[in-house]
Design a protein around this ligand. Structure first.
Ligand code: NDP
Length: 262
């Protein structure tokens, strides 16, 4: 007699062989995250709009033996994101980890901020995370396993001159907590990381005086590196963190302990 049972999907037991998307993965923090996950044996999809950096990052990681696909995707485009998800599932069979990292800075005082500036920052930093989650979650639900890691910022606490940026990053925290609640029964966790000052091209765009002032506000008196964020992502992405969801982890050299603005 034929056995009557439903076959449960096989669950990963380690990061090795898991497929992870890193948005904005071509440089900066995203590349630091990609390096960390590649070292653990993850198969990587780097999503970015900067094709030259994407190619360079993919080559660097492949030279270490990593399985990497670079996909030119704008995370604000539902069509591009859905197409990239479909082709990645066709290639790798599954998606285990989504790291929503792509983002832009936005420095302007409220009274000098035009509406389109506000909207561009919110769309790139927050709406994009909603778009990517919606595209990836159905496959995670099917396999009853998924790890979503959203990159927020310590600035979500509020920063003078960063209304749109801080609001977008506060929105990331609220989105993450809601994702955690909605998918808690599906084997999918959602957590956020709030980096402090990290040494990346985005930080280098800031005025030199602003950079110096910011550095002095770090209790550890140093900037973080992309790999510092990668180490936190590794924890949230691991199958062993299955009981941790809806949390915000500050990786900021102690800077979140002081509420002083800059
Ligand atoms: P970078 O600018 O160095 O890297 C971001 C990458 O994302 C770039 O390659 C950029 O491409 C890409 N990108 C931008 N828009 C899109 C898009 N629509 N679709 C796909 N890719 C896109 O930034 P960081 O590494 O510094 O920052 C990464 C994340 O960390 C951001 O979310 C940022 O807000 C956050 N963060 C950074 C901190 C820091 O101190 N650096 C502190 C706290 C949070 P392109 O260059 O062509 O625009």
């Amino acid at each position: 007699m034929e056995e009557d049972y439903k076959q449960e999907p096989v669950q990963p037991t380690s990061l090795r062989g898991m497929t992870a998307i890193v948005t904005g993965g071509a440089r900066g923090i995203g590349l630091g995250i990609a390096r960390t996950l590649a070292a653990e044996g993850c198969r990587l999809a780097l999503w970015d709009i900067d094709n030259d950096s994407l190619e360079a990052a993919s080559q660097e990681l492949r030279a270490t033996g990593a399985d990497v696909v670079g996909q030119q995707v704008s995370v604000t485009s539902t069509e591009e994101v859905e197409a990239a998800v479909a082709s990645l599932i066709q290639r790798n069979g599954r998606i285990d980890v989504l790291v929503n990292n792509a983002g832009i800075a936005g420095e302007k005082l409220v009274m000098k901020m035009e509406l389109d500036f506000w909207q561009r920052v919110i769309e790139t930093n927050l709406t994009s995370q909603f778009i990517c989650c919606k595209a990836v979650v159905p496959s995670m639900m099917k396999q009853k396993f998924g790890r979503i890691v959203n990159i927020s910022s310590r600035a979500w606490l509020g920063n003078r001159g960063q209304a749109s940026y801080s609001a977008s990053k506060g929105g990331v925290v609220s989105l993450t907590r809601t994702l955690a609640l909605e998918f808690a029964r599906n084997g999918i966790t959602a957590n956020a990381i709030a980096p402090g000052i990290i040494d990346t091209p985005l930080f280098a765009l800031l005025d030199a005086n602003v950079q110096d002032n910011l550095r002095r506000t770090v209790p550890m008196q140093r900037m973080g590196q992309g790999e510092d964020i990668g180490n936190a992502v590794r924890f949230f992405a691991s199958p062993s963190s299955s009981y941790v969801t809806g949390q915000v982890l500050y990786v900021c050299g102690g800077r979140s302990l002081s509420s002083a603005s800059v």
